[in-house]
Design a protein around this ligand. Structure first.
Ligand code: M6R
Length: 366
């Protein structure tokens, strides 16, 4: 049942190229310049009329939502607010008939996310779910659904559900961008071309497994980790930190790299490994200079990048070199080494990777 893998989590990490290919399949037109979302149940006219978009979710799905904000604001030019379901449901959100709420849930049964969905409906808004489980409560009660085709996810720590949520958000952002006339066919074609290379690039990222295992062995004794990222990589830093906490029981925090000097830099010493997600994009140099600040204080750095420059190597104790892709899709790629890092640290520590203490796969109570 684990397909030769030692844990479901490792199997599910390796299933990502396939899960992502399945999530894309059937959703691109023949000319490759349009996204088809059959179960959205909202016409282009209806979609074009929304003036407010909330993304609501819990845990890892909330992290996907944070990346979604970048995608939708950039590609569809609609302002997006992302909220944690247990907060949203109690704060009298500003929902009316011109509001779309996008709920994200792997299981489709998370109590707070379901309550947030109902809250949006009661206030007259429409709800679309990004969901992995067909006919789950959240899928059934939403006006429309974008299913992630990740297949069953057994490990409590979400992996392939997360990256397929990112792909679903990307598809939705392209669709909304076209409907709102913010994207030309040419731009759509370019984005879709990049998307279609994603499964292959993920295969390449998975080849880092052995290197990551040996770096994990080196760092497994640390009692705290800091994860840094900027822009659309900040949510990936949060997700990396959550993954480590959940399965290895090591305390970890995610921070926006530029915020480091406003407090967390006080924590840096030789005992605090810092994991930095630093792809070659507009803020690359800024993040490298954040890394240099960490190094100057004796901190140890593991970096994840598609850039093979000497400044990066000299600022890092280990570099996980990932393949390159468009900046909008890079968070899918950088997620993979972070999943593997937490997995191998947990295995070295001997924790119950698939069933970590105190956690349930789906949280059906408040
Ligand atoms: O099924 P959902 O996506 O609604 O679950 C939300 C969270 O409970 C879930 O993502 C949780 O944070 C995972 N254990 C993370 O790995």
């Amino acid at each position: 049942e684990k397909g030769g893998y030692r844990h479901f989590m490792l199997k599910e990490i390796h299933e990502q190229p396939r899960a992502i290919a399945d999530t894309i399949a059937g959703r691109i037109n023949e000319d490759k310049d349009r996204v088809l979302l059959h179960d959205l149940n909202l016409s282009d006219d209806q979609l074009a009329q929304f003036d407010r978009l909330y993304i609501v979710a819990c845990g890892t799905s909330w992290h996907a939502g944070l990346v979604g904000k970048f995608l939708i604001e950039k590609l569809a030019r609609l302002s997006v607010e992302v909220d944690i379901a247990s907060e949203f449901r109690y704060r009298q959100p500003l929902v009316n008939e011109r509001t779309l709420t996008l709920v994200i849930s792997q299981s489709g049964e998370t109590a707070d996310t379901l309550a947030a969905l109902r809250e949006s409906h009661e206030r007259g808004g429409k709800v679309v779910a990004i969901c992995n489980v067909v006919e789950s409560s959240i899928a059934r009660e939403s006006d429309g659904v974008i299913y992630t085709h990740a297949g069953p996810e057994i490990g409590v720590a979400s992996t392939k559900a997360f990256t397929t949520q990112l792909v679903a958000l990307f598809l939705f952002a392209l669709h909304l961008g076209r409907v709102r006339t913010m994207l030309s066919s040419e731009q759509l074609r370019e984005q879709i071309q990049a998307l279609l290379t994603l499964p292959r690039k993920l295969e390449q990222a998975l080849e880092l497994d052995e290197q990551i295992e040996s770096v994990a062995r080196q760092f497994m004794h640390a009692s705290d980790f800091l994860y840094l990222g900027r822009g659309n990589q900040y949510p990936i830093a949060l997700e990396g930190a959550l993954k480590l906490k959940e399965i290895s029981y090591i305390h970890a925090e995610g921070y926006p790299a530029g915020e480091m000097k406003h407090g967390p830099i006080a924590l840096i010493d030789e005992n605090l490994p810092v994991v930095v997600v630093v792809p070659k994009n507009d803020t690359y140099e800024k993040v490298v200079s954040n890394m240099e600040e960490v190094r100057a204080r004796g901190g140890q750095i593991i970096s994840i990048s598609d850039c093979d420059s000497s400044d990066l190597h000299s600022a890092s104790d280990a570099v996980f070199a990932v393949p390159t892709i468009s900046d909008d899709l890079m968070p899918v790629i950088t997620s993979v080494p972070l999943q593997l890092l937490s997995y191998h640290i947990a295995v070295f520590k001997g924790t119950d990777v698939d069933q970590p203490r105190n956690l349930a796969k789906s949280v059906t109570v408040e």
